[in-house]
Design a protein around this ligand. Sequence first.
Ligand code: ADP
Ligand code: MG
Length: 238
Amino acid sequence: MGNLTLKSVAKSFGTVDVLKGIDLEVKDGEFVIFVGPSGCGKSTLLRTIAGLEDISSGEIVIDGREVSAVPPAKRGIAMVFQSYALYPHLTVKDNMGLGLKQAGTPKDEIETRVANASSLLSLEPYLQRRPAELSGGQRQRVAIGRAIVREPTLFLFDEPLSNLDAALRVQTRLEIARLHRRLKATMIYVTHDQVEAMTLADKIVVLNAGRIEQVGSPMELYNRPANLFVAGFIGSPQ
Ligand code: ADP
Ligand code: MG
C-alpha cells in the first residue's frame, strides 16, 4: 500500500499545457519532495494525484489501481494545504473528526482515531478549543491531524509550512519527519524551501515548466545534477 505510479500524466487548462507528460514511481513509505519554481505545476500535480483536478491524458495508478475515474474520497489519500481550511465554529476535536463523521465512521472509532492523532501531535490540551484560539503552528498540526485520522496510505502536503515563522517551520518540519517514521506512510511534499527538501526527502523530484528535470536522492542531485537548472535549484539557497 502507498505505491504511486504516474504514466505520461498531462494536464491543460484551456490552451495552456501545465503538466507535459509526467512519469514517476513512488514506492511504499517513501518521502518524496517536489521542488521547482513558482508556476511550474507542483500544486497542479498534487491536485491531480488527489483527484481534485482531472487529467487531460495519462494514467495515475495507486496501489495497482488506475484511479483517474475514482473520486478523491475513494483514493486513500489525504492532502494538507498551506492554508489550514479549518472550520472556525468547530472545536479542534470536531475539526479532526468531521471527515470521518461524514464518511459514516462509528462514533467510538472516531473517538479512538482522534485520540491517537492528538497524542501523536501533542494536541490533547487543545481538543476543546476553536481554531481562533490556536497559534498558526497549532492550527497546522490540527490540519495534519485531520489527515492522519483518515489513515491514508498516501499523504500529500502542499507547502504546509509556508505560513509559519522560521522557528515554527523547523519545529513542524521535525514533527512531520517523526510522523513519517511512525506512520510509515508514503508522503509527497511540495516545498520551495531547499532546506526542507534536503532534510526531509528520500527522493527529490525537480520540476520545471510542467516537466521533470531530474529525480534522485538529495545527495545525488547535489553531487550530480543533470543540468544547470537542477544545479541552480538545489545548489543555491532560494
Ligand atoms: P506551482 O504550485 O508550481 O506554483 P501551479 O500548479 O499552481 O504551480 O500552477 C501551474 C500553472 O497552472 C500556472 O501557470 C497557473 O497559473 C496554472 N493554473 C493552475 N491552476 C489553474 C486553473 N484552475 N485554471 C487555469 N490555470 C491554472
Ligand atoms: Mg503551488
